[in-house]
Design a protein around this ligand. Structure first.
Ligand code: SF4
Length: 479
């Protein structure tokens, strides 16, 4: 479900795991709270107390589910994993909420998954034909079914066997009666980090969740790496065929929290640098630089510093917009973007402004914001975007509209400017983006990152999407 006042791409999930701590479920709840930006639709925790697994999975925000007097007290054990979810697949029904759990031949297995499998639909089709009964519409359940059917004896082997059959992006944490497992797909599209809190091991999508519980960052889990954590310590496995690393570049632009260290880089600093590149590439004569809060703030600061044009908070964001307003009734729908953003009139009156945002998806919110600042008296509105134009959909765990609905896919730069009714519009170039990150786009001729939503250069073929298209054209021919 995409909020009607929110024209952003959305990360679909965050994962967290604790092994060997008396407060494992409470720490997991705190970790999920820090990862809330990665999914606001539902959250769940599975814990193991040495004898049995307990599970709490609910629709809603982490604080509402696991806060005071919430469900945390019902979870027992020194080991646990958790998940926050934002997903369109299957809606917000509780049976899709993760972690998913099943009793396999070798014992219980809980999995929390960040990413998206690009061949899950085909695999599911085959599994159902063989008699598998799916409880959810989530592609994560496919991994569990594959593991359940594996002929290997040990659960770790079953999981590896299952993951060798899936394609796409996955950073997942899994819990058995004896082990916490963390694994990243061979391309390393989604992040996963290892931390330590006293003697306990922590796995997390981002380092900001380590900070909240006072854990030390140890290292990133490498692409294609599986870590198996037991009471004996941590073991590293490399069970998959090595692939060139293709980390999601959008994690730096928008998804990750600015205080996180992602693959050795501080996200906030990268965003500031992108803003500075944008100022050098596409300057504008203006009186002030104004971010679209919150995501545009670091890039606007970078733009302001590089251009010497003052930074001002000309738009104020309401952080407390609740679900009632996110799913608005017809009575308040006309208020639109103002429920979330409001112009600071006194600042804007008669001024030439540069608005900075991280991206444009459909362009609907950008258009309304330009209209709002003009209504507030801005004399000129120059829009600057801290990412290249988003022209392609993501198949790796990000909620994106169809390509046909992306503004940059439909229109030229001038067409987009005309649509949002800005005086000028510019995006950071792909070269500028890589310069800001201090990275080469290619190393020894091979791409280093996934930037497919800007370039269409997909690291993993979207098998399901291709099959879907093939079936559609077959149907069209048959009609
Ligand atoms: Fe990230 Fe875009 Fe690649 Fe998806 S397509 S993984 S959002 S860079």
């Amino acid at each position: 479900m995409t909020a009607p006042f929110d024209d952003k791409l959305h990360e679909e999930c965050g994962v967290f795991g604790v092994f060997g701590h008396d407060d494992a479920p409470a720490l997991t709840a705190l970790g999920l709270h820090a990862l809330q930006h990665r999914g606001q639709e539902a959250a769940g925790i599975v814990a193991f107390d040495g004898a049995q697994f307990t599970s709490e999975r609910h629709v809603g925000l982490v604080g509402d589910i696991f806060g005071n007097d919430g469900h945390t007290a019902k979870l027992k054990g020194r080991n646990s994993i958790g998940h926050v979810r934002y997903s369109t697949t299957g809606g917000s029904i509780v049976r899709n909420v993760q972690p998913m759990f099943a009793d396999l031949a070798g014992g219980g297995l809980a999995i929390a998954h960040n990413g998206n499998l690009t061949n899950a639909r085909l695999l599911r089709h085959d599994l159902v034909a063989e008699g598998a009964i799916f409880q959810s519409t989530s592609d994560t359940e496919t991994i569990i079914h594959l593991a359940a059917r594996s002929h290997y004896e040990l659960i770790v082997e079953k999981l590896i066997d299952a993951l060798k059959r899936v394609e796409g992006a996955y950073s997942l944490v899994a819990l058995t009666s004896k082990k916490l497992i963390g694994v990243r797909d061979p391309y390393g599209v989604r992040p996963l980090v290892l931390g330590k809190l006293d003697d306990a091991y922590i796995l997390s999508s981002e380092t900001c969740a380590l900070d909240i519980i006072g854990a030390d960052f140890v290292r990133d889990i490498a692409p294609g790496e599986m870590v198996v954590i037991t009471h004996e310590g941590i073991e590293t496995l490399r069970p998959f065929q090595a692939k060139p690393k293709r980390f999601c570049i959008f994690e730096y632009i928008y998804f990750a929290r600015p205080d996180s260290m992602v693959e050795g880089k501080n996200v906030y600093e990268v965003r500031k640098q992108i803003g500075a590149e944008l100022a050098r590439e596409s300057p504008a004569a203006a009186d002030m630089v104004i971010p679209i809060p919150d995501s545009g703030v670091p890039a606007a600061l970078g733009f302001s510093t590089a251009s010497g044009i003052p930074f001002e908070l000309g738009i104020i964001r309401n952080h407390y917009i609740g679900r009632t307003f996110i799913e608005p009734s017809d009575r308040i729908r006309h208020l639109g973007v103002k429920l979330k953003h409001n112009a600071n009139r006194e600042k804007l009156k008669g001024k030439r402004i540069i608005l900075v945002d991280d991206s444009i998806v459909r362009g609907t919110t950008s258009k309304k914001i330009v209209e709002m600042v003009r209504d507030a008296g801005a004399a000129e509105v120059h829009f600057r975007i801290a990412s290249p134009p988003t022209t392609h959909s993501c198949f790796y765990g990000v909620d994106t509209p169809n390509k046909e609905d992306l503004l940059a896919h439909k229109l030229s730069l001038e067409g987009m400017r005309d649509f949002i009714e800005a005086d000028s519009l510019a995006f950071v170039s792909m070269d500028g983006l890589y310069r800001a990150m201090g990275e080469a786009k290619r190393l020894s001729g091979a791409p280093q990152f996934c930037d497919a939503c800007f370039s269409g250069d997909y690291p993993v073929e979207p098998t399901d999407a291709r099959e879907f298209r093939r079936q559609l054209s077959f149907l069209a021919e048959a009609v």
